[in-house]
Every structure is written in structure tokens, then in C-alpha cells.
Design a protein around this ligand. Sequence first.
Ligand code: ADP
Length: 558
Amino acid sequence: MPIFRKRRWTERSRILALMLAVLVPAAALIVVSFLHLRSIQRDGTVEAAIQRDYQQVLAIAEKQIIKRGHEVAKSAQKDFPRIGDSERLDLFLANHPSIAHAFFYDKGRGLNFHSQPERLRDPQFRAESEHLSSMFDKWFEIEAQDVVKKVQRMEGDEPIHLTSNWIQRGEKWEYQSLVFFVPKGAARHQIAIAGFILDTNYLQGTFFPQALKAIIPCPTESGNDPHGAQTAIMVRSSKDTTLLAASSGWDGGPPELERRFESAFPGLVLGIKLRGTTIADMGRRFLRTNFIILGALSVLLAAGILLMYRNVTREVALAKLKSDFVSNVSHELRTPLSLIRLYAETLELGRLSNPEKRSEYYQIIRKESERLTALINNILDFSRIEAGRKEYEFRQTDLADLVRSTLDSYRFEIEQNGFRFEQHIDEQLPQLHIDREAIARSLLNLVNNAIKYSSAEKYLGVNVYRSNGAVKLEVVDHGIGIPAHEQHKIFEKFYRVGDPLVHNTKGSGLGLPLVRHIVQAHGGEVSVESVPGRGSKFVISLPVRELMEVPEAKGAAA
Ligand code: ADP
């Protein structure tokens, strides 16, 4: 039917439009995010961002170490003796074990160079002291004026100049810090310099480790690291790659990023890296996590859309079934009503003299009104079930007896319709706790279907027998049968098989859902075995329960 097809098409296109309205923006979002992640991967954006962070960390570290260096030097400067007071230089050295050498230089009196008295017993240290003394002596002869000017030009109270001093110990060049300042008591135009040298051991063993710890505390103290890994920094001399000092998280290997000290500690290099990982690894991990999240989101989205599609199609199908149901039911109501009216009018006119004819007409009126009652009962029962108000009255019943009496009042009609009717009912069936009316209605629905959906071979069989813990009630026909893929759907409300043979038969699609509901309310099951063209077998299986277990009261259906 073209109208029917057109309606289905508009429904389908409406669902499709709805799906597209969700799908297109969602898919676009996923694609854009994916491309964005690819561009991040291609340009190394994550790595660059971490590197920028680390440049900043190193710049701050450099500033803090220089500040700390100045603090240490200034506090020693405070104790430094006045110009010319060379006796006090030894006391100064004794009070400051971190200082290896201390000196005065005065343009008139020359250099006064003292070294830690305790350590002078070590020949290597003595040689170092003599070497430095003669070197400074020569150097100040030429440079003293410039050094004084340099210090005087510096800002602050009693300014100091902090720089490096390399000394060779064996094969190795060791780093020391050299501090210059104008000594207390020096006249304004006097060319006088005082200074001291912070020892390598102190710098390596105390100063730098403490300074680095202040910048990057131990992992337990540091709390959360912004990148989820422990950052570590170190200081090395620019002359070789061996470490001078490192923060606690340093685990060896080359640093990710380095920065040279610009002042105060020239010749030293700061380095930074991550413990146990690299920036490249972190970048990879970041991208992998994001790709996985994006993938998972896409799968969820696809699943959600599929679910929505299935739901919407089911709703649309149900709406269609409902509208078909209304037209089917109206049709089913109209036919018996017009027959009843037609025959009642004929009888009313009183023109029928043949008593047989009259009785036939009465019979037709009765049968048609019975059909109407059955249909209306089905509809009423169904609406009670839908509203959750269907109640059953369970009683001890002899099922064999119930089946026999139900079929007896039907037998005539069955045989009149040309059906071969067979009935096998086992004797000695146990009593069942059932609602008589509901089970009888289920049986009639199945029998009615068997009659309605039989064409060539008209056969109806009803069997009742005991099987395991249940009593089975079978209704067998040799009718048109039901295709395998439709068999689970026929128990859904309003569902009718899309076969032209079925469409030409009156029906509402309520019979089987009702049967299933009734049987399930009895704790049983209904099943179907069917081969198209060969016939169907519907089996109601009702459990046999001990008397004591079964409640006597009325049971409300769920
Ligand atoms: P209806 O009022 O359409 O008969 P039912 O719920 O009783 O509604 O049955 C649902 C559908 O199952 C029927 O429309 C028919 O397609 C199919 N069906 C039910 N019983 C039989 C049967 N005995 N043989 C073939 N098809 C059947």
C-alpha cells in the first residue's frame, strides 16, 4: 500500500534526522579533538610546555642560589677584621671553617694572605696556599684598582663581589668561591681589598646540597608535583660532567635542560630532569591517555546512539502497532455487531416461518455475541494487566476437568468448521492451584488461534499430561505456522505476524500476551514450536506445588 509505505518512510527519516542531529556534532567534536591531539603530537606541544616550565624552575633556582651565596658571604664579611689587623685573620679563619683562605691587600703594604692554620700541615694545601698567595700578589699589583672600583660601583651597604676561583688538585680542577670587598677601616681613596675563599668541600658538601634542598624538597616533603613525577636538579662545573651536588630525587643520566650561572658562580651549570622518566616519555603518556579517553568516549557515544536508535525505533514500532490495534479492534467489533443487528432485524420482522432457520439465526446471534464478549474480556483483562490491577483467584482445581468442560462447549463449533479434533487428557493428574477463568481463557485464546490460523489442513489437538514437576497443556494445529524469527515476538503486545494470511484474519494482537501474563502469574511458562506451512504447538506449563506452599488468598498480578 503506497500510503502505508510513505508513512513508514517519514517515520524512518524523522528518526534518521534525530540521529543525525546528535551524531554529526558529536562526531565533529571527536574528529576535531583527534586532529587537535595529532597536532599536539606533531608539534611536541606538551614537551615544549614542560621545557618552558623547567626553564622557569632553573631561572628561579639560579636566583635563589645566588641570594643564598651572598647571604653566606655577607655573614662572614661581618666578622672580617678591620684593615691591617692581620693577627685577627687567623681567629676569623678559626671561627669560619668553611673558609679556606682569607687576605688583605693594601697598595702600600702589599698582600697579607692567611690559610686555615690546621690544614697547613697538609703539604698539598700548603702548596695551594702558596700558589694562591703569589698569584693574588701579582694580580693585585696590576688589577687592585679595577677590583676596588668594581666593588665600590656595586649597590648596597658594604657590597661584595662573588666570583669563581679554580684550583687544580691532581688531574682535577676544583671549584671555589672567591669573595672580594672593601675592608672596614679603609680610607676613601685607599686602594685596599679584603677577601676570602669558600672551600670546595664546603660548597660541595654543605652549601649546594642545602640550597638545592630548599628549592626542591625531598619527595616526602614536596607533596604533589605538577607533572606527576619527581623533579630533580643538580649543579656541575662546566669543566666536566661530574656532579658537584644534586637534589634528593636525582637518579643519574643526562639532564633534560641546563642553565649556566651568569654571575656569582660563573663556571657552574644547573641541570634539571625527572626522576625515572623523561619529558618525551611524559609527552607520550599524556597523548596516549588522551587518545584512550577519546577512543573510550567515541565507543560510549556510539553505544549511546545505538541504544537511542533502538529505543526510538521500538517506540515508533509500538506506536504503529497501537494504531493498527485500534483499527483491528474496531473492525472486530463492527463485524459481529452488524451480523447481530442483521439477524435480529430479520427475526424481528417475523417473516421466518422455518423454525430451523430461526434457530440457526439465534445461534449466529449467540455465537457472535460470545465472540464480542471474548474480545471485550481480552481487552478488559489486558487493560487491567497494563494498569497492574489484574487479580487472580487461585483455587484447587482439576485441570483435566476444566479443559474438558471448556472444550465441550466449543466442540460443536470446532467440528462444524471442518476441524479434525483430538483430545488426550491423562487421568490422575494432580490438583492444581489455579484461577479457573483465567486458564480457561488462555486455552480458548490458543484454540481460537489454532482455528483462525489454519487453512489447508484443519486439525486441532489438545493434550494434557504430567511432565516432571509440571502439568503441560498443549494446543496443536497443522495450520500456517510461524517463521522462527517471529516466534519470540508474537508474545509482545499488539504484535501480529506480517504475513498476508494473518492480515486477512481478524485479530488484535492481545491474545498471546494475555496468555503469557496469565501463565506467568501462575508461576508457569508458555512456549511455541512451529514450522511455517506445517503447523504450531503452543505449550502451557503449570508447576505442581505442594498444597501447603500455596497462598489461599487472592493474588494480585504484578
Ligand atoms: P491475534 O489477535 O492477532 O490472533 P495473538 O496475540 O493471539 O493475536 O497472536 C499474535 C500473532 O501470532 C497472530 O497475529 C499470528 O500472527 C500469530 N499466531 C498466533 N497463534 C498462531 C497459530 N496457531 N498459528 C500461526 N500463527 C499464530
